[in-house]
Design a protein around this ligand. Structure first.
Ligand SMILES: [Zn+2]
Length: 176
C-alpha cells in the first residue's frame, strides 16, 4: 500500500509560494499528487490511498491508522533565499533513504534541474518523525527561485514530476 499526500492545506498553503508567479505550494502539491495517483492507477499492481487534506496532526493520525503501508510520500515545494537551485528528498530511516535515492534518480532524469539531494531532515516534520510507515518528503524545487518556479508554469510539469516520483516509488517497492 502506497500513501500519497499533498503538503499543507488550503488555509495554510505553506512557505513554498511565489506570489509573483501565482504559485501556491499546497495547490501545486495537489496537482502533482493528482499525477502520481494517475500513474499508480495506470499500473494496477499497487494499492494506494491519498492522505486526506488537513492539518499535519490530522494527517499523522490518519496515516498511523492505516494497515499494510509500504511507503508514505508527501510532496512539498521548498523555499529558502530565492537562489537555492536543487530539489531534494528527505527521510529519517534507512529505508526512507533508499526510496529518496530512487525518487531523486528519476527526478534527475526527467526534470530540467541538475542537482537533487537526499538528506536526513535536520528538524524532521511530524510526517517523518511521528508516522509509523517508511516515509519520504519530496521537494522537487524551490518555489522562491524564479528560474525553478517558472517550470511549474509549463503545462506538463505536474505530469513529469508526478511520473518521476511514481517511478522512484515503484523501483523502491519492486526492489525492497
Ligand atoms: Zn511545505
Amino acid at each position: 500500500m502506497i500513501l500519497i499526500s499533498a503538503g499543507h492545506y488550503p488555509r495554510k498553503p505553506g512557505g513554498g509560494c511565489n506570489p509573483a508567479l501565482d504559485i501556491n505550494e499546497h495547490r501545486e502539491c495537489v496537482g502533482i499528487v493528482d499525477c502520481i495517483e494517475a500513474e499508480i492507477k495506470r499500473d494496477s499492481r499497487f494499492d494506494y490511498k491519498r492522505v486526506p487534506i488537513g492539518t499535519l496532526s490530522s494527517k499523522v493520525k490518519w496515516i498511523n491508522q492505516q494497515q499494510d503501508v509500504d511507503i508514505s510520500v508527501e510532496v512539498h515545494l521548498n523555499a529558502f533565499n530565492g537562489e537555492a537551485d536543487y530539489g531534494c528528498s528527505l527521510y529519517l530511516s534507512e529505508k526512507g533513504k533508499r526510496a529518496a535515492g530512487f525518487i531523486n534518480e528519476y527526478m534527475q532524469r526527467y526534470l530540467p534541474f541538475r542537482k537533487f539531494h537526499k538528506m536526513p531532515m535536520e528538524r524532521p516534520l511530524a510526517f517523518l518523525k511521528d508516522t509509523r510507515p517508511v516515509s519520504v518528503i519530496v521537494e522537487p524545487l524551490f518555489a522562491d527561485n524564479g528560474t525553478m518556479a517558472r517550470y511549474l508554469l509549463h503545462p506538463r510539469s505536474h505530469d513529469i514530476i508526478g511520473r518521476a516520483i511514481y517511478l522512484g516509488i515503484k523501483k523502491y517497492l519492486l526492489l525492497t
